[in-house]
Design a binder for this molecule. Structure first.
Ligand code: ATP
Ligand code: FE
Length: 337
């Protein structure tokens, strides 16, 4: 089958074409309007999606070299995400399915982040995780450890009780006066700094769950105290602050992942979500491979942040199982795995 995937859960409008499990195109239109607000403004996001969706789909078709009549089914993100944003993608998909008389497939955005590992590039097959595997899903809105038994059979065995890891990066970056989203900037600045320069308290949370709100607060107070003595503290120690903060976040993430791997006896370990771009986290995965004999899987960067390729691959697996939905489907902002 040739499947058109649509993603519009947050601030990226994306369309992708997949043939079987091989990706033919993946077009993403980001939204610059949010930068000056230091975060995504939902109303502005919905409007930008409306402007972007048709051109993005056109480009995805063109890049893939297919026409609308080649499309076997359309898959879209039903949730979780911003309701207004989801509404745009959902309405487009419903209209497209109706007009073309093809099946409509709803996709859970989180499941799609995990299944991004199964996207194949034309002419080169890469190794995919074997079931069961553990997936550390870390993004702007999520931090969880997912036990993946099969393509469509997943269970969250640990998750954040407050902020997500990406949020921790972004909020701490904001405190340091860095623009949004601060995660990639912290990563870049951390490369020049000493990860052991400063120490920040790690949360004590039971089982495989996470917490990041305490770190954000202690980071804020830490800066406030030091700025009292040295007004230029942030500027003078920016790289060390970033490196130490990054190390703390990565340590917190890895501690629970290592514990989950030990408890379940699983050595197939995958990473997903936008924070998987982080170089410290990638290095920690490589260390896990060396120290614990893990087989690690890290997707291509383009498939870790929000993209429609992951929606299309999920649509493919649901297509094979004939998991279609009707025209009465509505977006579900708080959809869970
Ligand atoms: P969700 O998928 O939960 O709805 P989202 O769509 O906002 O959330 P993604 O697009 O998957 O999340 O990831 C964006 C997040 O990843 C941001 O918080 C960003 O700061 C973070 N991020 C991206 N690159 C890096 C990096 N190199 N280091 C740290 N964080 C990063
Ligand atoms: Fe996402």
């Amino acid at each position: 089958p040739v499947i058109l995937g649509i993603e519009s859960s947050c601030d990226d409008t994306s369309a992708a074409i997949i043939k079987g499990d091989t990706i033919l195109s993946n077009v993403v239109a980001g939204q610059k309007v949010h930068e000056e607000y230091g975060g995504v403004v939902p109303e502005l996001a919905s409007r930008a999606h409306q402007q972007n969706i048709i051109p993005v789909v056109h480009k995805a078709l063109k890049d893939a070299g297919v026409t609308v009549s080649d499309i076997s089914a359309i898959a879209f993100t039903r949730g979780p995400g911003l309701l207004g944003s989801l509404m745009v993608g959902t309405s487009f998909a419903k209209g497209f399915a109706l007009a073309r008389n093809i099946p409509l497939i709803e996709v859970n955005h989180l499941q799609a982040h995990v299944l991004a590992h199964f996207i194949q590039e034309p002419g080169q097959q890469h190794k995919v995780p074997e079931f069961p595997f553990l997936c550390l899903l870390v993004s702007g809105g999520n931090s969880q450890i997912v036990l993946v038994r099969d393509y469509l059979d997943m269970e969250i065995i640990g998750q954040t009780i407050d902020d997500a890891a990406g949020e921790a990066f972004d909020k701490c970056a904001k405190v340091m006066g860095l623009p949004y989203p601060g995660g990639p900037l912290i990563d870049k600045l951390a490369k020049e700094g000493n990860p052991n320069a400063f120490e920040f308290a790690k949360p004590r949370i039971p089982d495989f769950d996470y917490s990041f709100s305490g770190l954000k607060t202690s980071f804020l107070y830490f800066l406030r105290d030091h700025i009292k003595e040295d007004p230029g503290f942030i500027d003078n120690h920016r790289a060390d602050l970033c490196a130490s903060l990054q190390k703390t976040i990565v340590d917190i993430l890895m501690e629970k992942l290592v514990a989950a791997a030990r408890k379940t006896g699983i050595k197939e370990i995958a990473l997903a979500g936008g924070v998987s771009a982080n170089s410290g986290l990638r290095q920690a995965f490589l260390d896990g491979q060396k120290n614990y004999g893990w087989n690690i899987y890290i997707p291509k960067f383009a498939y870790t942040t929000d993209n429609a390729a992951m929606i299309a691959i999920t649509g493919y697996f649901k297509y094979l199982r004939k998991q279609f939905v009707g025209q009465d489907v509505a977006p579900f902002a708080r959809m869970i795995l």
